[in-house]
Design a protein around this ligand. Structure first.
Ligand SMILES: [Zn+2]
Length: 312
């Protein structure tokens, strides 16, 4: 028996493979996936040799806009509470809502893993986090911004052990083909009682409803669609405890999956622009999708979640 028939998380035997089409770019090539009958993880059977092909230059994370870095005065202005532009209010909310439960101090050392060109760490710097850096194996070159904010083209194993207070993976972990190895590396990098935030899609209600058309399968880029059970196993065996799980899915799980069900890709094949919900659905329909997502989040059935781990 080859090890492609074994669940890469819990080692149970995988049966029932099925085909998932590449639909984000609209290539419609088939990839073989299976769902583990024990831990329920959905996983790709063979990682494509030429995965780069599925990350063209118009892929969304390569189009990050990097904000201009400005140290404390900007940060102070924001917290004085007046004349905060709507755009910044939203940005600030996005950054702080994930960090809030952790009580991270602005001076603590933070690493964003798989950060692209580093838009998030630059934003965080502007909001007062002075000790941020990023790594990404797949960027074209290293980026050295002002004030010591750097993005390295490195693997986790090349960084200094016991030196970070917080590691973050925002929709990155599902793209890694060796989850145990990567989490073990994360554990080494963290200081005692350091934190790790993992935001990922999770197998939930949208999978039950849409099956092969579920937008978060995202073949072949997503190697794993995890479950709370698979995350528990992974955390346990790599020296972490899971402190909290927060579901943060949104209406995209519905309108995106509806597009795939109608055989419409996420990227317009001609313009290479990402399609938007409002091009296909009314405001009323989109609002209903968002409300449905909130309801699923409340009952732990949303299709993406934030896992808060800490080093044991
Ligand atoms: Zn399994």
């Amino acid at each position: 028996m080859s090890d492609t028939n074994i669940c890469k998380v819990c080692s149970a035997k995988l049966s029932n493979t099925f085909k998932i089409k590449e639909m984000m770019l609209g290539l419609r090539e088939d990839f073989e996936y299976a769902q583990c009958s024990e831990c329920r993880t959905i996983q790709i059977i063979n990682v494509p040799v030429t995965i780069e092909k599925y990350y063209p230059d118009y892929y969304y994370s390569f189009k990050q806009v990097i904000p201009k870095l400005s140290p404390l005065p900007f940060f102070k202005k924001l917290f004085n509470g007046y004349r905060i532009k709507k755009k910044y209010r939203k940005e600030r909310y996005e950054i702080f809502r994930h960090l809030k439960p952790l009580m991270i101090r602005p001076s603590q050392k933070i690493l964003d893993i798989g950060c692209g060109r580093g838009a998030l760490i630059c934003q965080m710097f502007n909001y007062g986090f002075t000790n941020v850096e990023g790594i990404d194996k797949y960027i074209d070159k290293e980026y050295n911004y002002n004030y010591g904010v750097n993005v390295y083209k490195k693997d986790l194993s090349e960084l200094k052990a016991n030196s970070y207070d917080l590691l973050m993976m925002h929709h990155v972990f599902e793209h890694m083909d060796n989850p145990y190895e990567e989490l073990a590396k994360c554990n080494k990098l963290l200081k005692q009682k350091g934190h790790l935030i993992i935001r990922i899609p999770v197998v939930a209600k949208a999978w039950e409803i849409y099956q092969q058309d579920w937008i978060q399968l995202d073949a072949p880029r997503h190697f794993f669609l995890h479950t709370t059970e698979s995350m528990r196993l992974l955390a346990e065996k790599t020296g972490f405890s899971i402190d909290n799980i927060v579901y943060d899915s949104n209406g995209f799980q519905f309108w995106g999956s509806e597009l795939y069900k109608r055989d419409i890709g996420l990227v317009d094949e001609n313009t290479k622009e990402y399609r938007r919900g409002e091009d296909f659905f009314s405001d009323k329909e989109l609002n209903a999708f968002d409300l449905k997502a909130e309801e699923l989040n409340r009952t732990g059935q949303g299709d993406q979640a934030i896992f808060y781990l800490s080093k044991k």
